[in-house]
Design a protein around this ligand. Structure first.
Ligand code: PPE
Length: 305
């Protein structure tokens, strides 16, 4: 779906008109994938638009930059404020938010040491990432022929722009084969995550999600889901999963800011029960939490104004 413009984009300290938020062709990050970014959602709450776990996302942006060796010339607080301002300027009750820090115009070549970091925050409306009925009907998953990158090639813990070449290869392969999304295995063959979501499987009543060492991003929705699931009384563990664990799971679901919580109905054409009762219970609490309707998680909703 084409992007729906909003009035303003925050660039290096000021809100500029959407159409004027342009960068030069020789922007370093365009050529070498040397940027770090975030994906956040703002939701309508009774008190106005609130950005879900905004500070946690911006802290992760800085962690990604730290892994890349990039200096961001702002504080976490300044980017948090910039994000709130940009969300408020849309006039929308809710939207998707994309902060990005990148090496801009001025230097070319692989040495990033002399490069200056530019920072921007853009917002736009973004609907259901894996389809409107992803929670109720579930999505069809395929284990990718592409391997998730290893910690010593492209650190998967950093949300760098370049890392997403790997995700795009897997996503397009899955779509062309008639599936909705791909599951990525780590170089050691264990389940890492999906192209844009973390994955959970229920085995013998226990909810399991792969560790960061398996090549998963430290998902903020993954953390929210684990918190909610434990509060619901479920047994949640971070542990390795083999692809065969997914084939015989009682429930499989994926989660991410864009995808929220989506159930999985099959993996490599092996059907799994869907939508599972635990998935549904967690998704229901998550949907309330992001909208500020559950007092236990109100502190996760950071008002934009
Ligand atoms: N793994 C990957 C590879 C990933 O990209 C995301 C988010 C997650 C896990 C879940 O992380 P979190 O959002 O903190 O729960 N993917 C973002 C980008 C999607 C895109 O297409 O762009 C997102 O969901 O916003």
């Amino acid at each position: 779906m084409p992007i729906q413009p909003t009035p303003k984009i925050w660039m290096n300290g000021e809100l500029v008109d959407w159409d004027k938020a342009q960068i030069h062709l020789l922007t370093h990050t365009l050529h070498y994938g040397t940027g770090v970014f975030e994906g956040i959602r703002a939701y309508e709450t009774a008190e106005g638009p609130a950005v879900f776990r905004l500070t946690d996302h911006i802290v992760r942006l800085f962690r990604s930059a730290q892994i890349l060796g990039m200096e961001i010339p702002y504080t976490v607080d300044e980017i948090v404020q910039a994000t709130k301002e940009t969300v408020a300027s849309t006039g929308l009750p809710g939207c998707y938010v994309r902060p990005i820090a990148y090496y801009g115009y001025g230097e070319m070549g692989l040495n990033t040491l002399p490069c200056k970091t530019d920072v921007a925050v853009a917002c736009w409306p973004w609907g259901a990432y894996l389809g409107d009925d992803a929670l109720t009907k579930g999505v069809r998953m395929k284990v990718s022929s592409w391997t998730r990158h290893d910690h010593n090639t492209m650190p998967p813990a950093a949300k760098t722009t370049g890392n997403y070449v790997n995700s795009s290869l897997a996503k397009v392969e899955a779509l062309k084969a008639g599936y909705d999304e791909a599951i990525m295995l780590a170089p050691n063959g264990l389940v890492a995550e999906c192209t844009g979501e973390n994955i959970f499987a229920v085995r013998n009543g226990i909810i399991i999600t792969p560790p960061l060492s398996a090549g998963a991003l430290e998902g903020i929705t993954q953390h929210s889901v684990m918190t909610i699931a434990r509060d619901l009384g479920y047994d949640v563990r971070v542990d390795n999963l083999a692809r065969s664990d997914l084939y015989v799971a009682e429930e499989v679901f994926v989660c991410g800011t864009a995808a929220e919580i989506s159930s999985v109905n099959s993996i490599d054409d092996r059907q799994v029960p869907c939508p599972g009762p635990m998935t549904q219970a967690i998704a229901e609490v998550y949907a309330a939490a992001v909208r500020g309707k559950d007092d236990r998680y109100r502190h996760w909703c950071e008002l934009a104004v």
